[in-house]
Design a protein around this ligand. Structure first.
Ligand code: CP
Length: 307
């Protein structure tokens, strides 16, 4: 019998490499894997497989949820978090480091502060490569778990009205997410200070694909019309000038006074610094911790289909 492979991507580098059917396939797979992700069922589908984790930039959720995902599927992981504990600190280049990971593992997950590094590595190794965030570029697996959260909350993605708020210039999560939401026919509002507008490249891409969005710097313009407030941190580490960051930090603040009585949910890729008041945490509006958990079934679905 001929096996028809539904998911044909060899690497997960950019959400732009996905078609809508690929995204829907991963979301369905994740739903099937949720009981395993919650440890209510066991799986050994990836027994004997090793996931290589190259994290040159800090991470809590992405790194730990990938590690949990491979372990819940019966596999294991090797790797480092922080280039100071690998031989990169002795001067080894990233190409040589990647060739070592290729020899030791069945797939590589890489986070790096330079845009394009994941694609560069995918071109030089023969195992699948997953981009876990490349500078201000892309964060495709985050986008998949963001979409999954919306689907689980609303039972649909098409037709939602989503506001992306905060650092739209440097935030890689919103660069990937805007593109995917466009594919699903979502109405998007981009809420940011002028200095942190969505990048020209992303806006150009969205317009070229006739994806609908509008821009404002006033949260109150959109608050009554949205289903999702997708809040992001202002990315201090990517500002060339710390004084510029100081002028903009704290530009948006979501608290109960703002959202009480509204029919919406609050999402955030996390980490949060000062964008969402802690008084939102124990309310029905908070979906950001659930969203972080959904990283496990989504990454299980990716690993199962790519390794
Ligand atoms: N959302 C996200 O990428 O979080 P981490 O930086 O903790 O991985």
């Amino acid at each position: 019998m001929r096996v028809v492979k539904i998911f044909n991507l060899n690497n997960v580098i950019s959400i732009k490499d996905f078609q809508k059917k690929d995204i829907n396939f991963i979301l369905d797979e994740a739903e099937n894997l949720e009981r395993v992700a919650r440890s209510e069922e066991r799986s050994d589908e990836l027994a004997g497989k090793v996931l290589g984790m190259m994290f040159f930039e800090p991470s809590t959720r992405t790194r730990l949820s990938f590690e949990t995902a491979i372990k819940r599927l019966g596999g294991n992981s090797v790797g480092f978090a922080g280039s100071n504990i690998s031989s990169v600190s002795k001067g080894e280049n990233i190409a040589d480091t990647s060739k070592m990971f290729e020899a030791y593992s069945d797939a590589l997950v890489i986070r790096h502060d330079l845009e394009g590094v994941a694609r560069f590595i995918a071109d030089i190794v023969d195992v699948p490569v997953i981009n876990a965030g490349d500078g201000a570029g892309q964060h495709p697996t985050q986008t998949l778990l963001d979409l999954y959260t919306m689907k689980r909350e609303f039972d649909k993605i098409n037709g939602l009205n989503v506001a992306l708020i905060g650092d739209l210039k440097y935030g890689r999560t919103v660069h990937s997410l805007a593109y995917a939401l466009g594919m699903f026919g979502v109405e998007m509002s981009f809420v940011s200070p002028n200095e942190l507008r969505m990048s020209n490249e992303v806006r150009h891409d969205l317009k070229k694909n006739k994806f609908k969005f509008h821009e404002t710097n006033n949260l109150r313009d959109i608050i009554d019309d949205v289903d999702v407030l997708y809040v992001t941190r202002i990315q201090k580490e990517r500002f060339p000038d710390e004084e510029e960051y100081s002028k903009i930090k704290g530009a948006y603040f979501i608290d109960l006074d703002l959202i009480n009585g509204k029919d919406l949910i609050v999402m955030h890729p996390l980490p949060r610094v000062d964008e969402i008041s802690h008084d939102v945490d124990n309310t029905k509006y908070n979906k950001y911790f659930k969203q972080a958990f959904y990283g496990v079934p989504i990454r299980m679905a990716i690993l199962k289909n790519i390794i």
